[in-house]
Design a protein around this ligand. Structure first.
Ligand SMILES: [Zn+2]
Length: 316
């Protein structure tokens, strides 16, 4: 790994971790507007950026970091799924091809203008409400979650003047292989689990996966826009790949073992919802359900109850 810079470009929004020659994880610093993890991959004659954070400001730093690390401008942006925290930084890459699945592109086109509008028009209300909730919150994990959210929202709102809908320019159905002079990178989808369409990046020789939100480590994973059974099936399929390292969408860098933990998390929340319904529990009183001890220290704890609610509303 000596061919690359000894000191990494510094950012207030993320920290860089080298994973192999030419492969870096850009791990979000919570509450700074980056809001999700990204990656920089030098495949030899091309520089790929996997996901682009939640704000143009944090994506600016990502772009600069990619250029410093690989001695070339970013040549291709990959969007894993449509969620704003992964694609809102695309706006600074309007001169670079952006690639996603066909379904993800459709969702960005549908959802992104509405979300941008919310941040443009209701910004004071959104910040005041989140701040008030945070100040009243006694639970330390929930308070932390609200504090981070307040930071993410503030940074997104600060950037609204720069917002311009930026859509992927290249779409694919199942898989696209990017053949570089130094390595091959496979951008793959096994369908939708976390959302309607989730793509991930696999480096077969290096055995590195960038899984975006299909993988959360130390954070509750949001199933509301997805399908828990499909998500489990996707992870079981991914498990068959040779894996040394996994970059999660939220949280730390993991290994193949973390896939089992993620599958267990999804099974657990589904089982809790099934048991709650079976024993006469209703949507109105789901807040009485305790987060299992194993997950009590996880970040974004409000997602846990949102997940149970969502499963019950869908009839599980
Ligand atoms: Zn997501």
């Amino acid at each position: 790994m000596t061919a690359y810079k000894e000191s990494f470009p510094k950012s207030n929004y993320f920290s860089l971790t080298p994973l192999d020659d030419g492969v870096w994880a850009a791990l979000s610093i919570p509450g700074t507007g980056s809001w999700s993890n990204a990656g920089i991959i030098d495949i030899g004659d091309q520089t790929l950026i996997f996901d682009a954070f939640a704000t143009p400001t944090s994506a600016d730093d990502l772009r600069i970091a990619a250029e410093k690390l690989t001695d070339r401008q970013a040549t291709l942006i990959l969007n894993s799924h449509y969620h704003l925290d992964h694609v809102n930084g695309d706006q600074i890459f309007q001169d670079v091809p952006i690639i996603s699945t066909k379904l993800t592109r459709e969702q960005i086109a549908n959802q992104q203008p509405k979300l941008i509008d919310i941040f443009k028009t209701n910004n004071t209300e959104l910040l005041d409400q989140t701040k008030a909730e945070m100040e009243q919150e006694k639970n330390p994990e929930k308070r932390q979650e609200l504090e981070s959210l307040l930071g993410e929202y503030s940074m997104i709102i600060r950037d609204t003047e720069r917002f311009k809908l930026t859509l992927p320019t290249i779409t694919f159905e199942d898989k696209i292989t990017l053949n570089g002079a130094k390595m091959s990178a496979e951008f793959i989808t096994y369908g939708g689990g976390h959302t309607i369409s989730d793509a991930f990046l696999y480096l077969p020789k290096e055995q590195i996966l960038f899984l975006a939100d299909l993988m959360h480590i130390g954070y509750h994973a949001d199933i509301r826009q997805g399908n828990v059974d499909h998500w489990i099936d996707i992870l079981k399929k991914i498990k068959k790949l040779k894996i040394k390292k996994i970059v999660s969408g939220h949280g730390a860098i993991g290994t193949a073992k973390d896939i089992d933990d993620m599958i267990n998390y999804l099974y657990t929340i589904k089982q809790i919802a099934v048991d709650w319904s079976r024993h006469g529990g209703t949507i109105e009183n789901i807040n009485e359900i305790q987060i299992p001890p194993k997950y009590v220290s996880y970040g974004a704890p409000s997602i846990f109850h949102y997940n149970i609610r969502s499963l019950m509303e869908k009839g599980i």
